[in-house]
Design a protein around this ligand. Structure first.
Ligand SMILES: Cc1cc2nc3c(=O)[nH]c(=O)nc-3n(C[C@H](O)[C@H](O)[C@H](O)COP(=O)(O)O)c2cc1C
Length: 316
């Protein structure tokens, strides 16, 4: 398939307009380099790394692939600003920012020649990201695993709104797991797609096997948004989330709920595979995840499905 004229492929210098979302505890150098080597754009998920560890992962990615890769930085995290510094020092060429304002760091990154993409949950914030100088936006619908917008806009509603609102290219995210969904995103205005949960459940992701198996076993309805009052997160329903939600419903103060969540819940769930007491960050696309393929297998399937979907549309 020839994507040589595709805006996202040209922006990043990649073969296929497929981005592997940055993911805490799941996307280290092994996953990011595998995606980049398969022709997509791999992103290191810096959100679960201290600055020294991010440096190490950048160095390892450079060794593992000669192709473009990037770093995802949740700006509101403890090390948001420090991770921007690391990316500048290490001359990382592509940075995706999320969970925070793109106002502060985008100008600095742009001055250094970095391609900057910001993750947004609606058209208004997409416009703001464009005004800050971002080169593209990721429009992430509420189906997505991880931190979620408060309004809960679905991908189907939001993608065309974002595509119409900005002149920079839109990368669609939230609920994409195969080539048919990728084609649907393109029909709704996307120039590229970002997949999170589907890549977390591949061989190369650093997520625990029990987490990956939980994604395979879960149906979409088990991937719920919780922690609504503080910071909405979509993760799989388990004993811990049930307890959290019943305390929340009983009016437990937010501070107490945050104490229960603690600091290491996503590490416990995604990385250590504690399926009962950990936070199993994952999206509704679990509905359609039936196996744990290698990145190369997944990319081949995705692109075949994308092509087949075009044929099936034109046949109708
Ligand atoms: C385990 C996990 C961890 C995530 N961590 C982050 C993160 O650190 N930063 C971020 O911007 N998005 C994060 N996300 C969101 C993904 O980057 C991606 O945008 C999202 O998963 C896309 O929706 P999908 O899960 O339906 O594919 C995470 C998602 C998952 C499943």
């Amino acid at each position: 398939m020839d994507f040589s004229q595709n805006e996202i492929c040209r922006l990043f210098g990649i073969q296929f307009p497929v981005v592997q979302g940055g993911m805490v505890w799941a996307s280290g150098w092994r996953l990011a380099s595998a995606v980049s080597n398969a022709g997509g754009l791999g992103l290191l998920g810096s959100g679960s790394m201290k600055p020294e560890l991010l440096e190490e992962h950048i160095d390892k990615t450079v060794v593992a692939t000669s192709r473009p890769f990037g770093v995802n930085i949740p700006l509101a995290g403890t090390y948001g600003a420090a991770h921007v510094d690391v990316c500048l020092q290490k001359k990382v060429k592509i940075v995706f920012t999320a969970a925070g304002s793109p106002k502060i760091h985008t100008p600095r990154l742009k001055e250094a020649g970095v391609t900057v993409v910001h993750v947004v949950p609606n058209a208004l914030l997409a416009k703001k990201a464009e005004a800050c100088g971002c080169d593209a936006v990721v429009a992430e619908g509420t189906e997505a695993g991880g931190h979620n917008g408060r309004e809960g806009l679905t991908s189907l509603v939001m993608w065309p709104s974002v595509a119409d609102a900005v002149s920079i290219p839109m990368i669609a995210a939230g609920g994409i797991g195969d080539g048919r969904a990728m084609r649907a995103a393109f029909i709704l205005g996307a120039k590229g797609v970002q997949l999170g949960t589907r890549f977390a459940a591949t061989v190369e992701s650093t997520a625990h096997l029990k987490y990956k198996e939980a994604c395979v076993q879960a149906d979409g309805g088990q991937a719920r948004i919780y922690n609504l009052q503080h910071m909405p997160i979509r993760s799989l329903m388990n004993d811990y989330v049930k307890e959290f939600c019943s305390l929340e419903a009983a009016g437990t103060p937010v501070e107490e709920l945050q104490r229960l969540r603690g600091k290491g819940r996503s590490q416990k769930g995604v990385f250590e595979g504690d399926v009962n007491q950990g936070e199993l960050v994952a999206g509704q696309i679990c509905e359609r995840i039936k196996d744990i393929p290698t990145v190369q297998e997944l990319m081949t399937r995705l692109l075949d499905g994308f092509e087949r979907a075009a044929v099936s549309i034109s046949a109708r």
